[in-house]
Design a protein around this ligand. Structure first.
Ligand code: NAD
Length: 294
């Protein structure tokens, strides 16, 4: 079993971006600039955004954090996004999800200019991605591809089972793994909460991507010997032995599943770390060249 070390690979991606950013600056070109909007005070969202801002600083990007209270009006938020769309100094815009219930996620995503949509959630980017055209690829699936690429994992012809069909993880990774690319050419089964015989399907899988948000859902009896397991799940589970009062759990029961795998990602230190690196990659592309394919 080999661990797919997201922390290590993310660091390599960040080092490369740092060097490229220094080169841009030396040529007198503008510094890549990410604007992040955070609404309310959700603990996990606070952590994610803080980590994105910190990573921008590490790489040498400019970042702007814009905060609103949870009762912000939808129009005020949309107006702010439109201002950022027009701001030539801003290259990438992200709005941290989830949003308060009274704000329509779809409206917010659709308002971000597609060429600044470094999260890759805008329908124009999703549509282009599906067609294999240059597009910002959503950060988590893009991070998974970067991880597979780094470890030179041959995916051609493999059967991939993706558990979870969300627009930000499950659905895009199922499409990307099926495409005719070096990290694609899989036969993909996309599973969700209405899937029958999930265990049987998983047992047929050469690759399993678990992205359902149910801690330790995937157990050893669902995984065949030699499978590649990518654990996307991150759930805070109460743990009084930890200083913070919680532990982060993936969707995979790591201790029992890992011994059966050829490769597996840990949580934390797997896909989560790669997600931020991929977001930075998208932001660099937005600033540097307008070339948007990962
Ligand atoms: P979501 O809640 O939007 O979607 C969950 C999906 O899982 C749904 O499509 C649902 O049909 C499916 N599902 C739920 N229960 C199921 C079951 N018993 N069997 C089969 N399918 C089932 O979730 P999401 O936003 O895609 O996130 C999934 C997990 O990944 C969460 O833990 C989230 O925190 C994590 N996540 C991690 C990163 C990262 O950077 N590592 C990024 C995004 C999300």
């Amino acid at each position: 079993m080999q661990l797919l070390d997201g922390k290590l690979v993310a660091q390599a991606v960040k080092n490369e971006l740092k060097a490229k950013t220094e080169a841009l600056k030396a040529q007198g070109k503008k510094t890549p600039h990410l604007a992040a909007i955070l609404i309310g005070h959700d603990g996990a969202s606070e952590t994610y955004v803080a980590s994105k801002v910190k990573t921008c600083a590490e790489i040498g990007f400019q970042s702007t954090l814009i905060r609103f209270e949870a009762d912000i009006g939808e129009q005020t938020l949309l107006q702010k996004i439109k201002e950022l769309n027009e701001d030539e100094n801003v290259d990438g815009i992200l709005v941290q999800l989830p949003l308060p219930r009274h704000i329509h996620e779809e409206k917010v995503i659709n308002t971000i200019a597609a060429h600044k949509d470094v999260d890759g959630f805008h329908p124009a980017n999703i549509g282009k991605m599906i067609q294999g055209q240059p597009a910002y690829i959503p950060a988590t699936p893009f991070g998974i591809l970067l991880l597979l690429r780094h470890y030179k994992i041959e995916t051609k012809g493999l059967h991939a089972v993706v558990i979870g069909r969300s627009n930000i993880v499950g659905r895009p990774i199922s499409i990307l793994l099926s495409q005719n690319t070096p990290t694609g050419n899989c036969t993909v089964t996309l599973c969700h909460s209405h899937t029958r015989n999930l265990k049987d399907l998983c047992l047929q899988a050469d690759i399993i991507v678990a992205a359902l948000g149910k801690p330790e859902f995937l157990t050893a009896d669902m995984v065949k010997e030699g499978a590649i397991v990518i654990d996307v799940g991150i759930t805070r589970v109460e743990d009084k032995t930890k200083k913070k009062g919680y532990a982060l759990k993936g969707d995979v029961q790591f201790e029992t599943v890992a011994p059966k795998c050829s490769y597996i990602t840990p949580v934390p230190g797997g896909v989560g770390a790669m997600t931020i690196a991929a977001l930075m990659q998208n932001t660099f592309l937005a600033a540097a060249s307008g070339e948007v394919r990962g």
